[in-house]
Design a protein around this ligand. Structure first.
Ligand code: GLN
Length: 195
């Protein structure tokens, strides 16, 4: 099983570190020819969604990745990665992949409380440390979307089929549980496809 990490901008190295700790095989997507490789899961890291969205188009990665996500490729989007997946942004006109039926507010915690750390429960995973860095949150979760985490009443984690979208950064903590959960999703999807 191989995981692709979008590595055009943002916190991709931290995700790779988590995958290494878990002994998972991965490679980076930086340019079009990287998409020729076979992969069973995709990580969209945090960073700056506007920059990543622009680079995805400029590097001609967008259409192929969007099609794969629509076909059911397991994807983990963290922070800006969640913004890339969202069907709608409440405070921004842009839509990127638009495959996850949620409305997301960018920089939802404002400037005062732009970065913070908590420990909270995620359904199916348990209590994990969560680092929020100029984070978005989910304002509306559409039909079929499972809310898997809330902090102070706000939705910070959702799952829709094989798409996992979270507001926070598990990859900057020392806890690998969320990545382990994602790898399990990828394993199950791969086994089902093989049947
Ligand atoms: N504020 C960033 C954005 O809107 C997301 C921040 C992050 O990924 N840490 O794209």
């Amino acid at each position: 099983m191989r995981i692709a990490v979008l590595a055009v901008q943002g916190a991709f190295a931290e995700h790779e570190n988590m995958l290494s700790l878990l002994g998972a095989d991965f490679f980076e997507i930086r340019q079009k020819k990287d998409l020729e490789q076979q992969f069973d899961g995709l990580i969209l890291p945090g960073g700056e969604s506007t920059v990543m969205g622009k680079l995805l188009q400029e590097l001609d990665l967008f259409d192929t990745l969007q099609a794969k996500i629509k076909e059911g490729l397991p994807v983990l989007g963290t922070c800006a990665g969640l913004i890339l997946l969202a069907e709608k942004l409440s405070n921004d006109e842009n839509v990127y992949f638009g495959t996850l039926p949620v409305t997301v507010r960018r920089n939802a915690y404002g400037r005062q409380l732009s970065s913070f750390y908590v420990e909270e429960e995620v359904t199916g995973i348990g209590t994990i440390p969560m680092a929020f860095i100029r984070a978005p949150y989910v304002e509306r979760a559409g039909e079929g979307t499972e809310i898997i985490a809330r902090v102070d009443g706000n939705i910070v984690g959702v799952r829709y089929g094989n798409q996992l979208g979270i507001s926070f950064h598990p990859e900057v903590t020392s806890c690998t549980k969320l990545h382990q959960y994602f790898l399990e999703m990828c394993r199950l999807a791969k086994n089902c496809a093989a049947r």
